[in-house]
Every structure is written in C-alpha cells, then in structure tokens.
Design a protein. Structure first.
Length: 271
C-alpha cells in the first residue's frame, strides 16, 4: 500500500494538519484531489482550499466516505467529540491515525463502536517547516502496510520512527518538548552575545546559524556529539573555558532532568 494510492482525510484543519498537507504535496506523495479536511470553521476551510486546492467539508460522513486514512489532528480534549462524529462512518477499510498528545491507543479504541486499525503518532512543531521528528505506535489490528503508510506520512514532514507505545511518553519529553528547550538555549545564547557587546540582530543571526549548522554537521557526519565537541575544544582555549562554566552550573544534568520531568508529566496527563 503506497500513500500515493490512498485518499487521506484530516479531522481538524489546524497547523499540524496543514504541515502534513504541505509536506505530502511538496514531496509529491499525494495529489491535492486525494486530500480532504473536516473543519467546522468556514473561514479556515476557505483558507485551506485556496492555499492547497484540497477539498474541505464540515460533514464527518463526507470525509469518511472520501478517505481511507483518517488523521485525527484536533486537541486531545476534543477527541471524543471529533472522532465520535466519525464513528458511525468508520469501516474496516479505514486506518485511523492520531496525533493527539496523551490519548492512548486504548482510549482511541474505546471511542469506536467496532474494532479499528489505529496508529498513534507524537510529532513535534518543526514539522511545520518540514523538519519534524515523529514517533509512532500501532495497535494489534494495524498491518505492516499501515505502519508503512504512517512512516511515509510523517517522513514527509521530517523523520519518523516506530516505538513501543510505552516509550511515547519519553518521546514526548524528548522530541515533543525538545523544541522548547532548544529555543530557550537559543534565547540564552543570543542574550550572551548581547552581554558580550554584540548588537541583538547580529547576535541572533550568528546564533541561529550556529545552532542550525551544528545540528546539520551532526546529522550529516553521524559522528558522536562528544567527538564533534572535541574538535572545537583546544587546550586552554575559549570553548573549554565556556564549557567549564556550563559544567559548574550543572547544564547537562538540568537538561536530562527536564526531559525526565516532561516524560513524567506526559504519563500523568495520559493516566
């Protein structure tokens, strides 16, 4: 089963749904006529139709009739309402993919009257610029082909891996919340540049390129971060002096604790 052979319906037309639509069209994994959105806001419907030439509807029955893959892209608190509206029209031919944080596969299954092929995905916000990191888990009814479809869908907006469902809380704490940590680090670096005497626009330009370039270097070389760090850390130099300050402040331990705390909070929210 290829994504290019499927019709895909998005339950909710928010930012993440739009990112997936843009990614699918950009990667040419789907044509506009294969995509549809269920969106109650008429203004938002017109926006999506105008921008991407896709079909937008306010009727759950119509979306389910048009689509073989249903992507639930609404806020978690709307899960029962949005998927409940689709429930009467979901059949054995449908694959349901959820990107609703904290809504387990068991919770999703309880919404539907009949057994459903389900996949749960944890994406992150860089998917909005087609540079996301996503992880997914499938229920026991989902097939190998269903997993391939999910991987292809979310690879269109970045990278995608399969994990056991019990690992999704850790994924949430790491890559789901990770952009927040990175943006805080970026902000701190910029402020550091300003403290050192650089104009803020110049500091921002240098920091953003430094973070982007460092991530790209790590991705393209596949070398361990410690090795890459060692290459810019000369004896008695500026980098090792700066790193000493980070170590004295417990920088790495704080980052690790942040991931652990966010993971624990994800488990609490999903309980």
């Amino acid at each position: 089963m290829n994504v290019s052979d499927l019709s895909i319906g998005f339950i909710g037309g928010g930012q993440m749904a739009e990112a997936l639509i843009r990614g699918l069209l950009t990667a040419r994994l789907a044509a506009a006529e294969q995509l549809a959105v269920l969106e109650p806001d008429e203004h938002r419907c017109r926006q999506l139709e105008t921008e991407y030439s896709i079909h937008c509807t306010r009727e759950a029955k119509e979306l389910c009739r048009r689509s073989r893959v249903l992507v639930a892209a609404v806020k978690p608190q709307l899960a029962d309402q949005a998927l409940g509206a689709c429930n009467p029209f979901v059949t054995d031919d449908h694959l349901v993919v959820s990107i609703m944080a904290g809504v387990s596969l068991a919770d999703l299954a309880d919404i539907f009257t009949e057994p459903v092929r389900l996949i749960r995905v944890m994406p992150n916000t860089p998917a909005l610029v087609l540079a996301g990191a996503s992880a997914f888990s499938a229920n026991d009814r989902a097939t190998a082909e269903d997993r391939q479809v999910a991987e292809a869908l979310f690879s269109a907006v970045g990278t995608c891996v399969e994990v056991a469902e019990h690992q999704l809380d850790a994924v949430t704490g790491l890559s789901g919340s990770g952009p927040g940590y990175v943006f805080t680090f970026i902000e701190a670096l910029i402020d550091g540049g300003v403290l050192a005497g650089l104009p803020r626009p110049l500091a921002e330009q240098l920091v953003l390129q430094t973070v982007f370039g460092s991530a790209r270097l790590a991705l393209e070389t596949s070398e361990h971060p410690a090795v890459l760090k060692g290459r810019v850390t000369s004896p008695g130099g500026t980098t090792i002096t700066g790193l000493q300050v980070l170590e004295q402040g417990g920088f790495r331990g704080l980052v690790m604790n942040a991931v652990a705390a966010a993971t624990a909070r994800s488990r609490e929210l999903g309980a």
